[in-house]
Design a protein around this ligand. Sequence first.
Ligand SMILES: Nc1nc2c(c(=O)[nH]1)N[C@H]1C(S)=C(S)[C@@H](COP(=O)(O)O)O[C@H]1N2
Ligand SMILES: [Mo]
Length: 364
Amino acid sequence: MTASAIPQGPGATAWAPETVTADPYNAQTPSAALAEPVTPVGAFFVRDHFGVPRTAPGQWRLRLGGAVAAPFDVGYDELLAMPRRELDVVLECAGNGRSLMTPRPPGLPWGQRAVGCAHFAGVPFLSLATRAGIGRAAVEVVFAGADSGTVHGRRVAFERSLPLAAALHPDTLLATHMNGEPLAPEHGAPVRLVVPGRFAVADVKWLVGAQAVTEPFTGFFQAEEYRYVASRGIPEGPVTNLRVKSLITSPEPDSAVRRGHETPVRGLAWSGGGVPVRRVQVRAVYEDDEGSVDGGWQDALLGAPAGAYAWRGWSSLWTPRRPGRYRLQSRATDEFGHVQPSLAPWNAQGYGCNPVASVELVVV
Ligand SMILES: Nc1nc2c(c(=O)[nH]1)N[C@H]1C(S)=C(S)[C@@H](COP(=O)(O)O)O[C@H]1N2
Ligand SMILES: [Mo]
């Protein structure tokens, strides 16, 4: 583990995400930034398929059209003047954790930190949809970003649809601000969609269009990518809600811990669809040549969540009794009884990887 925070004088910390690919830019949240309940913008993971289109707020317009009674355009200042909503939301890439799957599916080799939790402010899409008057025949809304590129020799735009109920949910936001600042270019400036509780592929950045449609959308990022496909090629449907998950943020992997010493174990836990995390359990597994012995699952103490879509901090105390190699594990359960599986759930595109979190360390 390398330290990822770059100190800049007393008290100040400049963050740099850990680059996974340079062009297009994709980067993970550094582990040090996960000690914060709200992830700093400068540390927040970035997932770009094509690169960053730049539009000045004064130039920005969103076209709301398709199967609506009265199509219209809205500009940035007009959007800022509308009633706003603020929510803390976990954004997690559907491919987060892919590198834990065996065999490794194609796609970006994310570790477990293509995730962050930010404070978003924006206008419910519902307010604009009400003004446009969504037609009775509409089944979905297709949200379009300003970015596009070539995939397998075809020109593809970044477009994603939502079922009508999700698009019109009052918490689905046209976000203009992240952690109190206007959106940064790499996070979708000037306006992005934020769909709390879903995998972040739903959160279309650099939003320029919203079209009500009367047939399910079949664009590349809807019908070909971001789908669960089982091992024999059996389709199992699109990536939708986040899956229940926990992370151990302290101690760091491979750190040394003293025998007989009360060691704090800390982490984060979240789930999807606005379903709160109910319980986090922690266990220590001792490993030697004879095999492994675990001390059983213990309940961790849960911190207060900052709303239904934020993650919850948790903590526990562990006093190791003998020296050697250990594996610390955490397992979250949500209010619906969803629990993290012990093994990574494999699928062909490597999505929704939420096995029990695990950190190896040594007791001296
Ligand atoms: N226009 C556009 N929106 C996008 C993407 C993109 O490539 N283009 N990537 C999506 C994916 S897959 C993820 S995980 C999130 C990442 O958001 P972030 O970069 O702000 O962390 O943005 C989503 N929205
Ligand atoms: Mo993603």
